[in-house]
Design a protein around this ligand. Structure first.
Ligand code: 13P
Length: 249
């Protein structure tokens, strides 16, 4: 039985004092949550968040990293740096990074490998645009993104990764994929993992849904056969709302 994992992606929001206040309040609300609870915060909040989340069941993640360990890459942060302060998770290949910062399937794969080499758990994002969906290309594209992100990984490494299916048309738009559609695509992703790594690995891998998840739709999405939790943007910025989502499973 796979554990549900619910991660908040704060994106470029929250100052350190806001992060601390959020975690102090939120940690009380989710202390009995049955799912794994993760907050992926901006770099400037990481250290404060890690300190505030000590002795709680909240795990802290970053939202990006570079694949090189160190060197002349002005403005970048490496997996080793994240690991050194106690970060456990890192989002890789979010559609906003693919769209605005020219990330590709190739850089996503390099980052995934670097994260794993430093014992960080990557949350790998895949998902299609509305255009691609309407052209009937969504499954092909998403399974290809999945295959390329995982290229060169061992079966053993799969237990340290999470895949997040985030249809781009559902992000921040208020349009959620129906639970049937999201579940169906996640089955296809699982199928692709089975093709490469076999059924057991596919049965065990955690695959989340992301895109306008709210407390009103969380339960319906997360009680389907294949959706193992969510990656939540806007609704993770309010402690009560995000706690409701975490407590819905
Ligand atoms: P929203 O929940 O705001 O649609 O964002 C989803 C997302 O991009 C999470 O990574």
């Amino acid at each position: 039985m796979r554990k549900k994992v619910i991660a908040g992606n704060w994106k470029m929001n929250m100052l350190p004092n806001e992060a601390i206040a959020f975690i102090e309040e939120f940690s009380q609300m989710v202390k009995d949550a049955k799912c794994e609870v993760i907050l992926c915060v901006p770099y400037t909040d990481l250290f404060y968040s890690l300190l505030t989340a000590q002795n709680t069941n909240i795990k802290i993640g970053a939202q990006n990293m570079h694949w090189e360990e160190k060197g002349a890459y002005t403005g970048e942060v490496s997996a080793k740096m994240l690991k050194s302060i106690g970060v456990e998770y890192v989002i890789i290949g979010h559609s906003e990074r693919r769209q605005y910062f020219a990330e590709t399937d190739e850089t996503v794969n390099k980052k995934v490998k670097a994260a794993l080499a430093n014992e960080l758990k990557p949350i790998i994002c895949v998902g299609e645009t509305l255009e691609q969906r309407e052209a009937g290309k969504a499954v092909e594209l998403v399974t290809k993104q999945t295959r390329l992100a995982l290229e060169g990984l061992t079966k053993g490494e799969l237990s340290s990764i999470i895949i997040a299916y985030e249809p781009i048309w559902a992000i921040g738009t208020g349009k959620t994929a129906t639970s049937e559609d999201a579940n169906q695509m996640i089955k296809q992703i699982r199928n692709e993992v089975a093709n490469i790594y076999g059924n057991e690995a596919a049965e065990n891998i955690i695959i989340q849904y992301g895109g306008s998840v709210k407390s009103e739709n969380a339960k319906e999405l997360f009680t389907t056969s294949d959706i193992d939790g969510g990656l939540v943007g806007g609704a993770s910025l309010k402690p009560e709302e995000f706690a409701k989502i975490c407590l819905s499973v």
